[in-house]
Write a protein that binds this ligand. Sequence first.
Ligand SMILES: [Zn+2]
Length: 201
Amino acid sequence: MKRDLDNRPVPDNPRYDASMHKFFHNVPLGEFTAALALQEEQRFRDLQTSMTDPRNSRMTLVTLCRHHAVTLTDLQDVWRRHQVNLGLMAMSTFAPKVMENIASDAASFTDLCPTCRGKGKLSRKSKSLCPRCSGHGVIQKPGDLESRHIMMQALGVTGDAPLVANFNSFSASFGPDQGMEKIIEMVQVRPGRPAEPEIPT
Ligand SMILES: [Zn+2]
């Protein structure tokens, strides 16, 4: 027994590394190799090349990993990050709709006047109009406070660290060659400078 770079005890012959064999048995290989190809670290991309090279068909994946100094912890980390990235991509698809909902929740709305219950007068015989709604029967109510706070912060109008989506760098650098990490990084909403307050004209 020796130890890998993460101090995990491993058998001298990689063929008998049951834990790593189990890992490869449990991940969809096609997707895992795609995840390797997107990694910034060269050794992961080299591993991906070796895995797909027909000349290595007689070698076990564990042997190839050892050859490229890739540990079981590395493999698990690559897979975990890849899955999180896919999740973020899926989430970002819903972002426009959710943001629209937040804006809709934040908007003021009209509601039945609670004082006159929509009648405009306090009683049927009363000649004076309801003091709260001036006889309209409805009042204007502010939208959801939390949604208003999120929206104003997202727009960079309020807050200590307003959230500003970096749309320019997204559209400029988005391309088919970008790794998943880079794409995710670009679609993420990040803290930015507050917008300059508008001067009333
Ligand atoms: Zn009223």
